[in-house]
Design a binder for this molecule. Sequence first.
Ligand SMILES: Cc1cc2nc3c(=O)[nH]c(=O)nc-3n(C[C@H](O)[C@H](O)[C@H](O)COP(=O)(O)OP(=O)(O)OC[C@H]3O[C@@H](n4cnc5c(N)ncnc54)[C@H](O)[C@@H]3O)c2cc1C
Length: 802
Amino acid sequence: MKTTTRVAVIGGGVVGCSVLYHLTKLGWSDVMLLERSELTSGSTWHAAGGFHTLNGDTNMAALQGYTIRLYKELEAITGMSCGLHHVGGITLADTQDRFDMFVAERAKHRYMGLETEIVGPEEIAKMAPIVNLDGIVGGLYDPLDGHLDPSGTTHAYAKAARMGGATIETHCKVVETNQRPDGTWDVVTEKGTIHAEHIVNAGGLWAREVGAMAGIYFPLHPMEHQYIVTDDIPMIYERGSEHPHVMDPAGESYLRQEGRGLCIGFYEKPCKPWAVDGTPWDFGHELLPDDFDKIEDSINFAYKRFPVLETAGVKTVIHGPFTFAPDGNPLVGPVPGVRNYWSACGVMAGFSQGGGVGLTLAQWMIEGEAERDVTGLDVGRFGKWITPGYTRPKVIENYQTRFSIAYPNEEKPAARPHRTTPMYDIFDGMGAVWGHQFGLEVVNYFATGDEPRYETPSFRRSNAWNATAREVAAVRNGVGINEVQNFGKFSVTGPNARAWLDRVMAGRMPKQGRMSLTPMLSPNGRLWGDFTVSCLSETEFQLTASYGAQEIHHRWFLKNQMDGVTVENISDRRTGFQIAGPKAREVLAACTRDDVTTMKFLDVRRMVVGQVNCIVQRVSYTGDLGYEIFCDPMDQRQLWNTLWTVGEPMGMKPFGMRAMMSLRLDRFFGSWLREFSPDYTAAETGIDRFIDWKKNSDWIGKAAAMAERETPPARQAVVFEVDADNADVTAYEPVFHNDAVVGFCTSGGYSHHAGKSIAFALVPRDIVTDDLTVEIEILGSRRKAKRIETPLFDADGAVLRG
Ligand SMILES: Cc1cc2nc3c(=O)[nH]c(=O)nc-3n(C[C@H](O)[C@H](O)[C@H](O)COP(=O)(O)OP(=O)(O)OC[C@H]3O[C@@H](n4cnc5c(N)ncnc54)[C@H](O)[C@@H]3O)c2cc1C
């Protein structure tokens, strides 16, 4: 056995083999896979082998599309068969809401290049005659759906990897992973120790145990899952062609032809987590005992939807475990805080996603970044706050709602509240309707009077409408208050703090007592963050950015460390409030002995507010006159008492994220992972206006950004006023120009201040004119939209700067 390798991939399921193949494909041949038994010895061997492209997350859908197209390439390279059946699939809609969701999904597919189709009951009857169409409104047809042979496909990946120089060691259980001081790893196996530069955890069902060997907790959990294969059914085998897949979300089932019969699996509500305290090492090629009790309701529903099943005998029952992360997406990428340790686990749909996961990870390891925004599957999207106690209920919830309608405003309840600030009880007592961000409870809006404490999930304007309008008005006409907890915050200290910032950030770094806004770029010039930098002294800066991206940003900072600088993630060590609106200055002035009238826009000062030491910044994402007031969490309630006691008699009202996201529209402020994301470059989004082209430092992404400055990118960010009805743009709606899809929306919403529906979109630069008019498809209806360039509030910046 080899004793040194550049990469040791632990786990020979479909995911590990795909990672191994992609490493060789991208040029690393000194790579090795270690499998405790034979290949496919985890979830992989008993998978139903189905694959599909549909995914609410467009980057996941792209990754799934890549996986499916890869199989033909694998067959060609290896001469092996993946047992492909490209039969197409229909997902049924039994309610108008579900149909709306499909129409919205179909709209996104237009610019993603996916040839899905909305089909009516008559077409469904022709394509899938076994469906009982009672109550069916329509469906979404995807020609790319199909299934394959799980074992054949995994072995094809393995053969392709071997052909690229990789080594595969079976019956070689990894028992320890020990890091050396230089960041490399000793991978101790039953056959001896291997010295590896990098480790990839592709341990699937045992990923938790493999992670624990290095002291890492991976937030995933195995769930039991069952599918049934029937005896031969004449109506199936007498057809001239293979029956398409049918997904029936109402019955939580997926169905396809298997030989001369059918195969049907369920995502049942009474589901069961498996191996709660750890996956036994001796679990191998066995199945779990049949459990018809938990799928009884699902089976009865299936009998009604597919009456042919009722008389079909059961040939085989497959009941096995596979793993899920709390949000159902894979856990991929460099594990934050652990050098040279990579994750490729939590992949619940290995045959839809395995290829894309392999490609993503290989690009990340070899080229330093993946080709598209991978935040949705980044292992860094969960923080250190996550525990098995949180993961398990979330995984159960995700399993149970796998086929549920996914509404853009939905807040799922399991495992909440998990993290709360000292304000939780106070805001709750004031009627807070809570949202959830990176484990933290964040107020969406405040219900008053008889308003329900629950926002109805909807594709249309929700019942939060009145409350949001009320809170927007309170800010624009008086003063509003909310928490600043949900910012990611970093403290950058040391003699080289400014030099480091000048390298990591593309923008101009502020002078002492000032703030600046800046993009952070990857070497390829893609957006890695949009930061606010505050200079407290020449050796102390505060950074604020997205709360949900804090681990991802911190990982990037550690990768780009410099001597003489300390970067600390202080997201949960500094909290406080924002006050915003025309009366904000009056409120602050009444709470401090400092002269706040001399504070200009983008000034930052240390100040005692009431009796609390604070950092006060004159800035507000609402676009209004406003202040962010940061303090120690232990002081937060005292700070609240001061601000509220003074502010309430002046008409101050609390406001939540729904109002904040409406207010930002008025000034065309972009938002992280909407307008700004690693999918886009600075010039595409317009955030390049904050780049300091003159600074001398060699900032990351400089060459790429400079090149774009010479040759502007093909796409441009544009704001539209939309002739909307009762639904606004959320994200990824297609933009039509002269009847062709030319772009898509990055986000949008309703400006309660201006009474207008607003959309932010990326469109081809060469069609952009002052009076550009397009159509945007919202829930299947094409709405007229005209370009606007003048902000809807404070167009001349007088309020902001005044
Ligand atoms: C009943 C059922 C039906 C399914 N149907 C589908 C479907 O239709 N389509 C689909 O896409 N997905 C389906 N899945 C899910 C699919 O099986 C998984 O997504 C996929 O198998 C995950 O692959 P993996 O490589 O991540 O993990 P695994 O297959 O679990 O592989 C992990 C491997 O790592 C090895 N390993 C672990 N620890 C060590 C160690 N310490 N040393 C060495 N080796 C180690 C294990 O032996 C194992 O071979 C289904 C799952 C089940 C249970």
